[in-house]
Design a protein around this ligand. Structure first.
Ligand SMILES: Cc1ncc(C[n+]2csc(CCOP(=O)(O)OP(=O)(O)O)c2C)c(N)n1
Ligand code: SF4
Ligand SMILES: [Mg+2]
Length: 337
C-alpha cells in the first residue's frame, strides 16, 4: 500500500525493494547486527536451502508464534542441537537421493509388470543444509554437537552470528566475550582488582578449533562488509563438505551502543585488527583483508561501546587498553594485515 501526503506519493519500501527470504516483520532491535547479517545470508543462500537454527535472538525475534519471518525451509529445535538437526536433514536428503528414485513400469502391458528404478536427476544434492546460531550456542552449549557434525565430515554450512555474549537472555558472558568486556556475569566496577575489569577470560579461538577438525572452508568476517559476507557464503556453497563462517554482529543493548553505530563498529573491529577478516581453504590461510595504514588504535573501537567504558576511567583501565592493543597487534602480525 502507498500513502498519499500533500499530493506526494510515498512508496512503501516493501513494494519497491526485492522480496527478501527474511522478511522485515521480525522483532529484533533497531540496528541489530545479527538480523542484518542473517538477511544477507538468507538472500545469498537462496530458497533451495534448509536452515536449522539454534535458540537465541535470531530464532526468538523471527518466529514469534504464530508467525515466521522466514521465506525458506527453517526449523528450530533446541539451543544446543542445531548441528544434530542439520545432520539428520542432510542424511535424509542423501538417503532420498541414493535410494528413492522414481519407479517407472518396464513395459506398458499392465500393473503386474515389474517396476524398474530409473535414474532421474535428483534435486536433493542441490539442496544446501545450513546450521546457524549465536556465539553462545556455537562456542559453548552446542559445541559438542557441532564438533560431532564436523567430525562426521558432513556437507553442511555452519554460520555463527557472533555478538560476543548471550544477548537474548540479557547479555551474559559467553566463551566469545572479549577480554575486559562488562557483561551481567562479568561486571566491571571502578575498583582495582582483576575482577573489576570486566571479563578476564580470553575469547575462545573458534577458527582454530574449526581448522583442527579439518574443515575444507573456514572464514571470519563482519556484518559491516556485506559484499564480503556474500562472497564467503557463495564460496561455502561450492564446498562439498563442512564449512564454518563466523560473522561479528554488534548488539545494541549488549554492547551498549546506539542503533546507528552497528555498521561503524563492525568496521572498526576489523580496522583495529581485533576481528580480522580471514579465509582458510583446506587449512591454508588464503585471504585476509589488509587494514588501512596507519592502523586504528583499539581505543577508537572500545570507547564507543558502553561495555568498555570502565576502561577509560582509571589507571587499571589504561593498563587493560594497552593489553588489548597487544592482542590486536598480535593479530596484525599473525595474519599480515
Ligand atoms: C539449554 C538451554 N539453556 C539456556 C537457555 C536460555 N537461553 C535462550 S537464548 C540464550 C542466549 C543465546 O545466546 P547466543 O547463542 O549467543 O545467541 P544471541 O541471543 O546472543 O543471539 C539462552 C541462554 C535455553 N533456551 N536452553
Ligand atoms: S538484543 Fe542484540 S542480538 Fe538481540 S535483537 Fe537486540 S540487537 Fe539483536
Ligand atoms: Mg550471542
Amino acid at each position: 500500500m502507498s500513502t498519499i501526503t500533500n499530493k506526494t506519493i510515498i512508496k512503501n519500501p516493501l513494494e519497491t525493494s526485492p522480496k527478501s527470504l527474511l522478511s522485515p516483520n521480525h522483532h529484533a532491535c533497531a540496528g541489530c547486527g545479527q538480523i542484518i547479517a542473517a538477511r544477507i545470508v538468507a538472500d545469498t543462500l537462496g530458497p533451495n536451502t534448509i536452515i536449522a537454527n539454534a535458540t537465541g535472538c535470531l530464532e526468538v525475534t523471527t518466529t514469534v508464534y504464530p508467525e515466521s519471518s522466514w521465506g525458506m525451509p527453517w526449523i528450530h529445535s533446541l539451543f544446543e542441537n542445531a548441528p544434530a538437526v542439520a545432520s539428520g536433514i542432510r542424511a535424509a536428503l542423501d538417503y532420498k537421493e541414493k535410494n528413492i528414485t522414481p519407479l517407472i513400469p518396464s513395459c506398458q502391458c499392465g500393473s503386474s509388470a515389474p517396476l524398474i528404478p530409473q535414474a532421474q536427476p535428483s534435486s536433493s544434492s542441490r539442496i544446501k543444509v545450513v546450521a546457524q546460531g549465536g556465539d553462545g550456542s556455537t562456542f559453548d552449549i552446542g559445541f559438542g554437537l557441532l564438533s560431532g557434525m564436523w567430525t562426521r565430515n558432513e556437507n553442511i554450512i555452519y554460520i555463527c552470528y557472533d555478538n560476543e555474549g548471550y544477548m537474548n537472555t540479557g547479555a551474559q558472558a559467553s566463551a566469545a566475550t572479549p577480554w575486559a568486556a562488562n557483561t551481567t556475569t562479568t561486571p566491571a566496577s571502578s575498583g582495582h582488582k582483576i575482577s573489576a575489569i570486566g571479563s578476564h577470560l580470553f575469547k575462545k579461538n573458534m577458527i582454530a578449533l574449526a581448522l583442527a577438525h579439518g574443515l575444507k572452508y573456514v572464514a571470519q568476517t563482519t556484518v559491516s562488509y556485506p559484499s564480503d559476507v556474500i562472497a564467503k557464503i557463495k564460496k561455502a556453497q561450492t564446498i562439498n563438505g563442512p564449512s564454518y563462517i563466523q560473522i561479528l554482529v554488534p548488539c545494541v543493548p549488549g554492547w551498549k551502543i546506539k542503533p546507528n553505530q552497528t555498521i561503524e563498529l563492525g568496521k572498526l573491529a576489523v580496522q583495529t585488527g581485533l576481528y580480522p577478516i580471514i579465509e582458510y581453504a583446506n587449512g591454508v590461510l588464503t585471504n585476509s583483508l589488509k587494514i588501512n595504514s596507519p592502523k586504528t588504535p583499539v581505543e577508537e573501537y572500545l570507547k564507543q561501546q558502553g561495555r568498555f567504558k570502565h576502561l577509560f576511567k582509571n589507571k587499571t583501565g589504561e593498563k587493560q587498553l594497552k593489553f588489548i592493543q597487544q592482542i590486536a597487534d598480535e593479530n596484525i602480525k599473525k595474519y599480515n594485515l
